[in-house]
Design a protein around this ligand. Structure first.
Ligand code: BGC
Length: 760
């Protein structure tokens, strides 16, 4: 560590210096304070590659950046369901960051894909928080393994772009806890990211940059976050309020440091907040010093060649084979049949999204060249672009494409969303493929050749009814700079598809659970679907989908057998089972475990992903997979108790290849969460009777009190009608003459003591 980077103590700094430290020095750097020996550190975007802007870049940060390896954006990388691959990608990005003197890479983005329309869905992992958390944690571990910092973003509930700097996401606490916060929680508590970036939007009426519940109570208080909270670029509206809420570093600087100094002097802002945040900036500088030290002379250590190879491997694991009728794929590269490659994306790949994550790739592979290189006789390949990249209808292009298709036995049709269709900054308004591409597909289909569609899109597109005209669909998402060669590897079986859907593909946009509430209006977006995001809704309602969450085909087949569940502690289990590759090619299966609770106190999604593992198997090979489940795997957030709760009782473990392809099931019994008894006079008769202490107390007390009643009444549990069960105890005296408020108070006191009734 360099001397100048030893942590300074904030009380060696002046008030002005502390205020300056809590805001950037420029668009990408923290503030330098040379007179105090404090050097600036540089932050730069990711997360699927380094976006370091050259010196003197535009002030808005939207211009060009130094060439870097463009890995698959998280929509692709997440579909690999392979944390160790993601970790390797993270480490490669860190190597490039070190070479360019970047101390913090701004990622990963783990917001939940609430709607297929979300403009940044390509930058996010999943509709499922467990998967988003595991993939995000792997990315953080990879980057930080080399001492480079990360910025977990956008905290929190940044699931739309519409009005993103002002909109307030209105979300009930249970939904926040179960859907929108767990990915952040998992990453913070297991991977310790150096920084967390607050979102632009507000949550329940308070801007995230000023939200002390999020930034202080939950993030630091509950999850123990000890790093720095940075604003999203331009997210701060009130510096002092943000500082008090727990935001440490404003980026980029808004130039109002003096207001903090004045506020402290006027007694309006406690200097302790400035001390704490200045200290965290100094700690960030120290925590990332190792990477800057390694940087000296390391430019040559980065092998862009190796990183490109890693990008290609990552891309092959990111694509998802959705459909493959009659095992049409893989194609035989040695066959002498004529192949028509149609679609502009085959030659000009669409491989990343627009906005702050846009990387200038070190090179770009295209599928057309890779296909030509893969086959033994490139002369049998005819190419026709078929459509224009800017969506201008061109009849001549269609005619050429039809012509190419007529002479071919097999058509490889590259369709997708143009760059202008999805980007940071706006949401989509529909999920259709462009009309000119659908017209092309129809025209090509009429030519009679068998069609394989290869898709390039950062977010879900509607597949019906057009997919009926295809024999196979390979969902390529956005695959980064090596996507073109990865697609050729997959089409010709050099690699075996192993990606799985991280989001449900609905039949229609209208089916998506947030449809009626997205993107809100007048500054508010009400999360009316609550917990029921993605498959949690489709599966609970049993609604038909185009492709379910977790789905993805392989060129081989897998069987599941011999499930064995052992109890490893209170509300803890280990589920072991065997996965066998029953086909003739090496391949990988993603074994998924969903938990279903048949009867629950509060309504829950019918099943939720609680563990998964990707297993690589040679033909005929088997592996024993063990997935661990712990208390949280069975819990829901109880608003009443303000905490995680497991109901005592039965749960079903469902193990399989997608949320709709369950192969093994087992039942386990949980003891439930031990919680202090909370029976009050306002608790209902039903709640009293369901309680192990309250139930017997109430039954015994009622029996005794009613002995003297002129009317023969009994309050035996079995005879309690649904109507009586919903009656709060405090209201009973109004209905039963023999019962007084004194009786009720005595019961509440006895229940609080936990004393069971004595036999009379
Ligand atoms: C984006 C962030 C990004 C930052 C810096 C913002 O507009 O929301 O994801 O890291 O800019 O470029």
């Amino acid at each position: 560590m360099r001397d100048s980077e030893h942590t300074k103590c904030p009380d060696q700094l002046t008030l002005g210096q502390k205020a300056a430290l809590t805001s950037g020095g420029d668009f990408w750097r923290t503030q330098a304070i040379p007179e105090a020996g404090i050097a600036p550190v540089m932050l730069a975007d990711g997360p699927h590659g380094l976006r370091k802007q050259p010196e003197g870049g535009d002030a808005l940060g939207i211009g060009t950046s130094v060439p870097a390896t463009c890995f698959p954006p998280l929509v692709g990388l997440g579909s690999s369901w392979n944390p160790s691959l993601v970790e390797r990608v993270g480490a490669a990005i860190a190597r490039e960051a070190i070479a360019h003197g970047v101390s913090v890479v701004l990622g990963p983005g783990v917001n939940i894909k609430r709607s297929p329309l979300g403009g940044r869905n390509f930058e996010y992992v999943s509709e499922d928080p467990l998967l988003a958390g595991c993939i995000g944690a792997a990315w953080v571990n990879g980057v930080q393994s080399l001492g480079v910092g990360t910025s977990l973003k956008h905290f929190a509930v940044n699931s739309q772009e519409t009005d993103r700097l002002r909109v307030s996401a209105e979300v009930d606490e249970r939904t926040l806890r179960e859907i929108y916060l767990p990915a952040f929680e998992h990453i913070v508590t297991t991977a310790r990211p150096t920084t967390v970036m607050c979102a632009y939007n507000g949550v329940n009426g308070v801007l995230c940059s000023q939200n002390s519940w999020l930034l202080t109570d939950v993030l630091r208080g509950e999850w123990g976050f000890d790093g720095l909270v940075v604003s999203d670029w331009g997210a701060v509206s009130d510096r002092a309020a943000a500082l008090e809420a727990g935001l440490d570093l404003e980026m980029p600087p808004s130039g109002v440091d003096h207001t903090l100094v004045e506020a402290v002097r006027a007694g309006d802002l406690d200097e302790g907040y400035l001390d704490a945040s200045a200290r965290r900036v100094l700690e960030l500088i120290e925590r990332t010093a190792g990477a800057r030290d390694t940087a000296t002379g390391t430019d040559t250590d980065v092998s862009l060649e190796e990183h490109h190879a890693l990008a290609r491997a990552a891309a092959t694991e990111s694509a998802v084979l959705l459909k493959n009728e009659g095992g049409l794929l893989p194609l035989d590269p040695r066959a002498d049949t004529a192949l028509a490659v149609i679609g502009a994306f085959a030659e000009t790949p669409r491989f990343q999204g627009g906005g702050s994550s846009h990387v200038v790739p070190s090179r770009v592979d295209n599928a057309l060249e890779a296909i030509r290189a893969a086959v033994s006789d490139p002369a049998r390949i005819r190419f026709a672009p078929g459509f224009t990249l800017d969506g201008v209808p061109d009849e001549q292009l269609v005619e050429q494409a039809v012509e190419a298709a007529r002479g071919a036995t097999q058509v490889l049709l590259f369709l997708g969303l143009p760059e202008s269709a999805e980007s940071e900054g706006f949401d989509r308004t529909d999920i259709f493929l462009p009309a000119d591409q659908l017209a092309l597909l129809n025209a090509v289909a009429e030519a009679g050749a068998s069609i394989v569609v290869v898709l390039s899109n950062g977010a879900t597109v509607q597949m019906n009814p057009w997919q009926d005209k295809t024999a196979a669909v390979l969902e390529g998402w956005l695959l980064g700079q090596a996507g073109g060669s990865a697609l050729a590897d997959l089409l010709f079986g050099i690699a075996n598809p192993s990606g799985r859907l991280t989001e449900t593909v609905p039949l229609r946009l209208e089916d998506s659970p947030s449809h009626l509430h997205f993107p809100g209006g007048d500054g508010h977006v009400h999360h009316g679907e609550g917990l029921f995001v993605g498959y949690r809704s489709y599966d609970t309602l049993g609604r038909a989908v185009a492709y379910p969450f977790g789905h993805g085909l392989s060129f081989t087949a897998f069987s599941y057998s011999d499930l064995d569940v052992t109890e490893t502690g209170p509300n803890r289990f280990a589920a072991s089972f065997t996965v066998t590759n029953t086909g003739s090619r090496a391949g990988a299966e993603v074994a998924q475990l969903y938990v279903h609770q048949p009867v629950s106190r509060l309504r829950r999604p019918v099943q939720e992903l609680k563990a998964f593992e990707k297993v690589f198997l040679e033909p005929g090979g088997s592996a024993r997979v063990t997935l661990g489940l712990h208390e949280r795997s069975f819990s829901y957030w109880s608003p009443r108790d303000g905490g995680w709760t497991v109901d005592p009782g039965e749960f079903e473990l469902r193990i399989g290849a997608s949320s709709r392809d369950v192969r093994l099931r087992a039942r386990v019994r949980c003891n439930g969460t031990a919680r202090p008894r909370r029976l009050t006079a306002e608790s209902t008769i039903g709640e009293w009777l369901a309680d192990p202490v309250g139930g017997p107390l109430l039954t015994a007390a009622m029996a005794a009190d009613l002995d003297d009643s002129p009317v023969p009444v009994s309050l035996d549990a079995s005879e309690i009608s649904a109507m009586a069960a919903s009656l709060p105890l405090a209201r009973v005296p109004s209905f039963l003459a023999g019962v007084t408020h004194e009786h009720i108070s005595a019961l509440v006191a006895a229940a609080a003591d936990g004393t069971l009734p004595q036999p009379r």
